[in-house]
Design a protein around this ligand. Sequence first.
Ligand SMILES: [Zn+2]
Length: 373
Amino acid sequence: MIRQNKRFTDKTGWRANADRRATWPWRWPNTPAPCASVSLGRRRFLGLVASGAACWSGCRRTNQPQQQADGTGDRRQAPIAATVTVGMIADLVRTIGGPHVHVHQIMGAGTDPHLYKASRDDAAAILRADIVFYNGLLLEGKMSELLEQIGRKKRTVAVAERLPAEVLLSAPDAQGHMDPHVWMDVSLWNRVAEVIAEELADFDPVHADDYRAAAQPLRRELERLHQYGQAMMQCVPAAQRVLITSHDAFRYFGRAYQVEVEAVQGISTESEAGLNRINALVDLIVQRKIQAVFVESSVPRQSIEAILKGAASRGHAVVIGGTLYSDAMGPDGTYEGTYVGMMDHNISTIARHLGCDRVPADGFRGWRGEEAA
Ligand SMILES: [Zn+2]
C-alpha cells in the first residue's frame, strides 16, 4: 500500500547508506565542505529545508546557471549539477545533458526506491544540486516528503508527473494514487526524454540547442525499442501472454505490449505478499499451464519461490524465466545498466520464456541488425 504524505517514523535520523556511489564527495571547486559533514537529524534537516536556513548558502553554489561577468554573453563556466534519484532517469539526463550536466545518481543497481531511505550524503547532494530530477507519483516513497519540500526552494522535476493524466494508470491497491512505474512503457519514457530536454533547455538556455539535438537520436532509439517490444510480445502465443512477477511494476508494460500482468505484491514493495494471493496465483498458473514466472533484481525472491513450490505440489512444473529489471537498472558499465539495455533485457527475457521463438540472441540490437540487412 502506498501511503500518501507518509511521515517519517523512525527515530534514528538519516540512515548511513552502503550503496553510496564511489564518486562522492563530488564538489564544486572552491566551495565549502558539503552539508554531510554536519550531523543532522531528519526532523532538523527538514526544518532547515523548510526555513531555507543554515546549509543553504554554504552548500549550494547557485540555483541559476552561472554566467560570465565579462559581458561576452551567457556562457556557463562549469556543468550544471543535477541530482537524480533512480538510474532510469539518470541515464536520460546523462545522454541529453552531455558535457553540460554533471549527474549525481542517488540509487544504484538493485536498489528498491519504494523502501530507500536517504542518507545525509544524499540530502547534501540534493541541497547542492542546481536541479533535481526524480520520478514522483510516490515512487521514492520514503524520500517523497524531502523532495516535495526541496521543490519549494529550487528547480525540481518529477518527470512522471509531467505526463498527461490520461496516460497514467491508477494504482489498484492505493486509492487516489497513480502507478509510478511509467518507464515500463518505452513510448511514455520517450515523452519523459522530451520533458528532460525541455527542462534543461529552459534552465540553461545557452545550451538549449545541444540538449534538443542530443535528445533526438535518443528518442528515435526509444521509438524503435518500443516497436521491438510490440513485435516480440505479439510473437508470444496469445494464451501464454501472462507475466507473473514479484511486485506490480509491469502494468504499464502490460498495457503497452498487450500482456496480462499478475504480481504477488502490490504497486509498492511495502506491502506484504499474502497467502491468499500466492494461492490464487498458483491456481492461475496450474489452470493456464503457465511455464515461467519472473523475479526482479530489486525485490527479494521468496514470494516467487513460494509460488514455484505451490505449483509443484499441484503437479505443475513452472520455472523462473529469469530476473527482470523492474525498479532499478543493471550494474553500472553494463548494457543492462542503461535504460535501453534494461528494457531490451526485460522484453527479450519475457518474450523468450513465454514462448516466442523469434527473439534474436542479442535482443534489440540483433533485431535492428536484421531490419537494417
Ligand atoms: Zn516498484
